[in-house]
Design a protein around this ligand. Structure first.
Ligand code: ATP
Length: 480
């Protein structure tokens, strides 16, 4: 079917959105580069998120913390001890898998064949075994379920080992244990360790939030599905600090706010759903994913977690620095709430996963009555890489000069594109393929009356408007 992951990958490559990393050396698995249009789309998504978080909430401010952090950070957060995935190898094919994913796929197979309860039972058994770190039990479960390697077709499995997903490196010239540092596997910890810095210098009152966009790194065991699972990726996270006991209110509020955000980007409600976690992480007392219907099924795009005071408390223990807030609001007894470690609700979305979701959602193939197929990206104008293309009908008689004049009028407000090569039809097609919402054609009439035709990407309809009205028209469309 049109819009398969294969179509999306091919389109992204062909039209300058996403390239495999170091492609001339045959690429690097699960690492990608954004091309000339991809970077615009991704930057727009990041900027819309940033504004939605900080400008629309006067109690949310941003920071930009480093990728490298003191190694004890990751001890406190639990990542050194438990940021693991169980891996298993097939001895015949030498292929490596995530043991939990093999079992999840089996559970999905049961569900698809009309036995969802068998799938549930399987997942529960797996959950119990993993909780108990019974890796031999996990292996036995894989074998008793008759799971074979898709490549070799055999069930000749190795033992299951826990694999820590953090990348590490040495800092400085001396290599010893003290110089071992990690590439952050999440951006959240940069926010936690700066909680008091921001609270004090910004005179923030709980409840308040800190937002951050930045790179994160995970040595994923199996990294397929394009930018869905990368080893180097970008997260957009917000930690919201609140009074203990109020966290569920904020959790519900942020769930709703974040769902609306995705819909405002033009993703229909039918392709989004909440998926509560069956199994809570060690730090959470409530957790839900916002899933998007990718071409390979509903999968996590964003996580919303109520993290209690787990992180701040562990940092307080390890750093021996108080992570408390003094709340002078009065409680029911008329006394100040006093000192406490705030509870945290976080919203965490991958910029690359959101990018992929938005791209998949936008990819459209339409066949008209004459049997011709038109492919275009139905991107929300607010995130489209190029907002308008200015196209002189012909390359002579002063039309290019007039078109350049229009480009110059618009370029300080919008990312506009100028092109004079090839027929106007071909130029429209190229803009459709990268999702440009407006094409402005400059013709002979323009020279006489200062009007242009503006073509709308989705309907392909054209209307005649005054050059003087272009800015307002485009400006209106590109605001969210
Ligand atoms: P998954 O279960 O898919 O591995 P996760 O539950 O480990 O994801 P979180 O730790 O909650 O993910 O990270 C928050 C968000 O960061 C995810 O919702 C996702 O959008 C993004 N993310 C996590 N890992 C990756 C990755 N390897 N590549 C791209 N984005 C990622």
């Amino acid at each position: 079917p049109a819009g398969s992951l294969k179509d999306i990958i091919a389109h992204a490559k062909e039209y300058g959105f996403v390239f495999p990393s170091s492609e001339i050396y045959d690429g690097l698995q699960a690492v990608y580069d954004y091309g000339q249009y991809g970077v615009e789309l991704k930057n727009n998504l990041k900027s819309v998120w940033w504004k939605a978080m900080t400008m629309l909430h006067d109690n949310v401010v941003g920071i930009d913390a480093s990728i490298f952090m003191h190694p004890l950070t990751w001890k406190a957060s639990g990542h050194v001890d438990s940021f693991n995935d169980p891996m298993i190898d097939n001895k015949d094919s030498k292929k490596r898998y995530r043991a939990d994913q093999l079992l999840e796929a089996k559970a999905e197979e049961y569900a698809n064949n009309g036995h969802p309860e068998r799938g549930e039972t399987l997942l529960n058994r797996m959950g119990r075994l993993l909780d108990a770190n019974d890796l031999e039990g996990v292996r036995e479960l894989i074998i008793s379920e008759g799971i074979v390697c898709p490549v070799s077709g055999t069930d000749n499995w190795t033992e299951v080992r826990q694999f820590n997903l953090m990348f590490s490196t040495q800092v400085g010239a001396v290599s010893d244990d003290a110089s071992l540092i990690y590439l952050r596997p999440e951006t959240a910890q940069g926010i936690f360790v700066n909680f008091l810095n921001v609270q004090k210098t910004g005179r923030m009152k709980v409840p308040f939030g800190i937002a951050q966009i930045g790179k994160a790194f995970r040595n994923e065991i199996v990294a397929r599905q394009f930018t869905f699972r990368m080893r180097e990726f970008e997260q957009m996270e917000m930690q919201f600090f609140c009074r203990p006991g109020t966290e569920m209110e904020w959790y519900d509020k942020w769930k709703e706010t974040r769902m609306k955000f995705h819909q405002a980007l033009g993703i229909p409600a039918s392709k989004l759903r909440f998926k509560p976690h069956d199994k809570l992480a060690h730090y959470a007392n409530a957790a839900v994913d916002i899933e998007f219907k990718f071409p390979f099924g509903f999968r996590e795009m964003e996580g919303i977690h109520s993290r209690t005071d787990f992180d701040l408390k562990s940092h307080q223990e390890l750093s021996k620095k108080k992570q408390q807030y003094f709340d002078n609001d009065l409680n029911e007894d008329g006394k100040p709430y006093g000192n406490y470690i705030p509870y945290v609700v976080e919203t965490s979305v991958g910029a690359d996963r959101l990018f992929l979701a938005v791209l998949c959602n936008a990819y459209t193939e339409e066949t008209s009555e004459d049997g011709k197929t038109r492919t275009y990206l139905k991107l929300h104008p607010a995130v489209a890489p190029i907002k308008a293309a200015v196209l002189p009908l012909v390359k002579k008689d002063g039309l290019p000069e007039k078109a350049r004049e229009i480009q110059n009028q618009l370029k300080y407000d919008f990312n506009v594109f100028y092109e004079e090569r090839d027929s106007i039809g071909k130029r429209y097609t190229r803009q459709d393929l990268i999702g440009t919402p407006f094409c402005i054609a400059v013709d002979y009439q323009t020279l006489e009356d200062n009007t242009v035709t503006i073509r709308h990407r989705d309907s392909t309809e054209q209307e005649r408007i005054a050059i003087a009205d272009l800015k307002a028209k485009i400006g209106h469309a590109v605001s969210l």
